[in-house]
Write a protein that binds this ligand. Structure first.
Ligand SMILES: *Cc1c(COP(=O)(O)O)cnc(C)c1O
Ligand code: SF4
Length: 351
């Protein structure tokens, strides 16, 4: 099972029976533009008899990705505007993103960083760039939390992860190290003792935020991988992207949130889909999303309630999409107030 390789080309997807003949030409055009990868674990999970399979929809290239709308942007949440040094995004005073790697085990068709990740993306931080990034953190006592994301940091070898963790361990003011990953679900065998050991740093608290979008992603192997992480005392939280045709259904969302809780992963964020290029096929309106989230209230335990979050286009940070910071205007548009109190239109005006 572990010996199998990920499928990364249209020919490989076709050979695995995951791409019908009629869709291959368009898929090839998509693959020219955006990275493709499907792990063996996910390939096995796809129901090829179901043309609307929610797992396939997340990972198999679709002709609709070739259409980019005017409101979509290459950097939808404004990472680049808040990147003081390579590999660091510093938007909020007390926490930074550390993007050591821009590779993922799978490439999600809706990815908000799709212009930065992949074999032709921003790559892996050089030793020198990593030194600069670590120095940036070390020099700023207000940084309480470091969030390793990317890309998916759990594609790094235990040795490289450990080297990063040792350097963070040496910085007194950093108390929390958080990893954002999809690996426990998409490549569960990778979660072995050496990798888990590398996630810990002396004197720091480790959190792992698991990205999963459909209850079927919780296979026996995925559940076991999650248990291995939680069993060593690492706290896990969830991250889900609300996606049309995948989980935009109260029953599916409820089952997904229950699956997280049953596996000791506390539901954390449900993200409204970002304005990434070629992802209109996945987007529902903010009004639709708010109605869905509202329907979860009372229906499932409070433990199963994630915060519904929208990243304000342009890099103004996150806002709770079901809170008073979001006001519906007469024309069906919304006004969002960012954490600094500034107002923004949503969907944003062009530009
Ligand atoms: C999302 C994000 C974070 C983390 O935000 P939390 O609300 O703490 O989960 C931190 N920095 C940046 C730049 C982000 O985009
Ligand atoms: S795992 Fe995350 S960063 Fe990687 S392609 Fe999926 S959404 Fe993008």
């Amino acid at each position: 099972m572990t010996a199998a390789r990920s499928l990364t080309t249209v020919a490989e997807l076709a050979a695995a029976g995951l791409l019908p003949e009629a869709k291959r030409a368009d898929a090839a055009a998509v693959a020219e533009r955006y990275a493709v990868a499907v792990t063996p674990a996910l390939a096995a999970l796809i129901d090829t008899d179901d043309p609307r399979d929610p797992i396939a929809r997340q990972f198999i290239p679709d002709a609709a990705e070739l259409v980019t709308l005017s409101e979509e942007r290459a950097d939808p949440i404004g990472d680049l505007a808040h990147s003081p040094v390579e590999g660091i995004v510093h938007r909020y005073p007390d926490r930074v993103l550390l993007k050591a790697v821009h590779v993922c085990p799978v490439y999600c068709r809706f990815c908000f960083r799709r212009e930065m990740v992949g074999p032709e993306g921003l790559g892996t931080l050089s030793a020198k760039a990593l030194d600069v990034a670590i120095a940036y953190i070390a020099e700023r006592p207000e940084i309480w939390e470091v969030i390793l994301t990317g890309g998916d940091p759990l594609v790094l070898s235990p040795r490289r992860l450990q080297a990063i963790m040792e350097r963070l361990a040496a910085i007194d003011h950093v108390k929390i190290v958080r990893f954002h990953t999809r690996v426990p679900v998409v490549d569960p065998d990778r979660i072995d003792a050496a990798l888990i050991e590398a996630l810990k740093a002396s004197g720091k608290t480790t959190y792992v935020a698991l990205h999963a979008n459909h209850p079927r992603e919780f296979t026996v192997e995925a559940r076991a991988a999650i248990a291995r992480i939680v069993d060593v005392g690492i706290v896990m939280v969830s991250q889900t992207v609300l996606l049309k045709g995948v989980n935009d259904d109260a029953g599916v969302l409820a089952a997904l949130m229950r699956a997280f809780v049953e596996n000791r992963v506390k539901p954390y964020y449900l993200h409204h889909p970002d304005l990434a290029p070629g992802t209109a096929l996945f987007r529902l309106s903010l009004a639709e999303g708010r109605a869905l989230v509202e329907s979860l209230r009372g229906r499932v335990s409070g433990l199963c309630q994630p915060a519904y979050i929208l990243d304000i286009p342009g890099g103004h940070g996150k806002v709770r999409a079901d809170s008073l910071a979001v006001e519906e205007a007469d024309d069906g548009c919304f006004r969002l107030r960012d954490f600094r109190g500034q107002a923004h239109a949503y969907p944003p005006e062009d530009g």
